[in-house]
Design a protein. Structure first.
Lengths: 259, 234
């Protein structure tokens, strides 16, 4: 009941933003597709769609940011029966719904474009096949990147607000936040450069059979799809890192953020 | 019963509350009076578990205060309580989902009493209506402790009067411990049983309102002025 109430509340807070964003996506696509069709080179719509896809890595953190911003004034949301984990989970779930809705629409637009362009025989490399595997991997990659940015965002947001009560830290908290992020990244990069760690990370991979695992292209635009296996350890460790950041953010929210 | 034992709150070198010890007894209505920056809101937030003391401890019914106190304590805050793009009924529904002690029937009664339109958006409500909605949300909860932080701030006398009438009609006197911080002493006086004067983070005076009225023949405002003068002389 409490958690459902939080999710409904967060959805109501973001609802207008979601509908506006979906409308903007359709308008942007229509503009891009119209331009491509006018040029009689419909394949031009694909780089445009790729930009839209990559932009989706920001949809999740931006949505979570809007939802957190709604609570910042007065931080009254902390006066409730839900703990930090539930409060942040609700924001994360609603942000994910927004991301998935937006990705779904973009996928539909991509599928429509592929069908439309297929008629122009611009997509010979597809060999009549629909790129399901690539689509799933690409969507997965976007969702993964979005979670990376969002869990870091939640953690840094909580850390930022937990420093608000100390006048000394308050003045330099932006610098501290940036330092925490870059120091952590530097440490991770350095550790993964060790040969033992590198070998461990590459020790488990899953081969993905892709019907398009070769070089292909559409007139001037060409790209290569590698059939390298999917490394499992980095993926699992990253997911563990996301969980760690999330729990750290919830802990800070419960114990250190004051109103 | 709410006990503050040597409570201090320090922000850097600035002390917002200094070694406060006081016991709020069950079932009484308290008024915390004092100038801006005297520590009234900090004290309220500490009792609500939203601000942690630097020193000392706060006990509610013998247990140290934490965020979990929200389940048994209703807190009216000066800001952040309302979501601007929500309708009145959505705010009520949200509170009902968050607090198991929220009483729907009482909320309906208060809705009529406060003359609020359930379909109206919060952003379209006047300051006075928003103040009434906040009070509705808090009074609809069946808690032993009610904390009202500046419930009259920015409201005109008509609205203030309506809020006081709401308090009189909907507070369970004798069972609920009510703590109100305010500058509007005249309006709140009929409701108060005890008054505390807070200045520079210290309780500088306190009184039983009835005793002051009957023995000294003073209103709370006059008692307050006398004590503020004493402070100035000291």
């Amino acid at each position: 009941m409490v958690f459902k109430g939080l999710v409904i509340k967060d959805f109501l807070l973001i609802r207008m933003y979601l509908f506006t964003w979906l409308a903007v996506l359709i308008v942007l696509y229509t503009a891009g597709a119209s331009f491509a069709a006018y040029q009689k080179q419909f394949y031009l719509v694909f780089p445009f769609l790729l930009v839209l896809y990559v932009g989706h890595t920001l949809v999740l953190p931006v949505t979570a940011g809007i939802l957190l911003k709604a609570e910042e004034k007065g931080q009254y949301w902390l006066h409730g029966t839900a703990d930090g984990k539930r409060l942040l989970s609700s924001k994360l779930i609603v942000s994910t719904i927004v991301l998935l809705a937006s990705l779904l629409l973009t996928n539909v637009l991509m599928a429509f474009s592929l069908m439309a362009a297929n008629g122009e025989s611009q997509l010979a490399f597809l060999e009549g096949q629909f790129p399901w595997v690539e689509g799933v991997l690409f969507n997965g990659g976007i969702i993964f990147s979005a979670f990376y940015l969002t869990t870091w965002g939640l953690f840094l947001w909580s850390l930022f607000h937990s420093m608000a009560q100390s006048p000394a830290l308050r003045k330099i908290r932006w610098i501290l936040i940036i330092a925490v992020y870059f120091i952590t990244q530097t440490v991770i990069v350095r550790v993964t450069e060790w040969s033992a760690v590198k070998a461990f990370l590459q020790s488990w991979s899953i081969q993905i059979e892709s019907p398009l695992s070769s070089t292909g292209g559409m007139n001037e635009i060409s790209f290569t799809m590698d059939s390298n296996g999917l490394l499992v350890w980095p993926l699992l460790l990253s997911c563990a890192g996301f969980c760690l950041l999330f729990f750290a953010a919830a802990w800070l929210l419960d114990r250190k953020v004051e109103v | 019963m709410i006990m503050l034992e040597g409570v201090t709150k320090q922000y850097g070198t600035r002390k917002s509350l200094q070694d406060i010890s006081y016991t709020f007894e069950k079932g009484k209505v308290y008024g915390i009076l004092g100038p801006n920056g005297s520590g009234k809101s900090t004290m309220m937030k500490m009792i609500a578990g939203l601000v942690y003391p630097t020193g000392g401890k706060i006990l509610v019914e013998g247990k140290p205060v934490s965020r979990k106190i929200a389940a048994s304590l209703a807190f009216l805050s000066t800001e952040g309580m309302l979501y601007q793009n929500f309708k009145v009924e959505q705010m009520i529904h949200f509170f009902a989902t968050q607090y198991p002690d929220f009483q729907r029937e009482k909320a309906e009664e208060l809705l009529a009493f406060m003359e609020l339109d359930r379909r109206q958006k919060v952003s379209r409500l006047s300051k006075g209506q928003q103040g009434r909605l906040k009070l509705l949300l808090v009074l609809s909860r069946n808690t032993d402790i009610l904390l009202l932080d500046e419930p009259f701030i920015g409201l005109d006398p008509m609205v203030r009067d309506m809020i006081v009438k709401g308090l009189v009609s909907f507070i369970d006197f004798g069972r609920q411990t009510v703590i109100i911080t305010t500058h509007e002493i005249n309006e709140i006086e009929p409701v108060l049983e005890e008054a505390l004067l807070l200045d520079n983070g210290r309780i500088t005076a306190f009184c039983n309102v009835e005793e002051v009225r009957e023995k000294d023949g003073l209103s709370v405002l006059e008692w307050l002025k006398t004590n503020v003068k004493k402070e100035a002389v000291l």
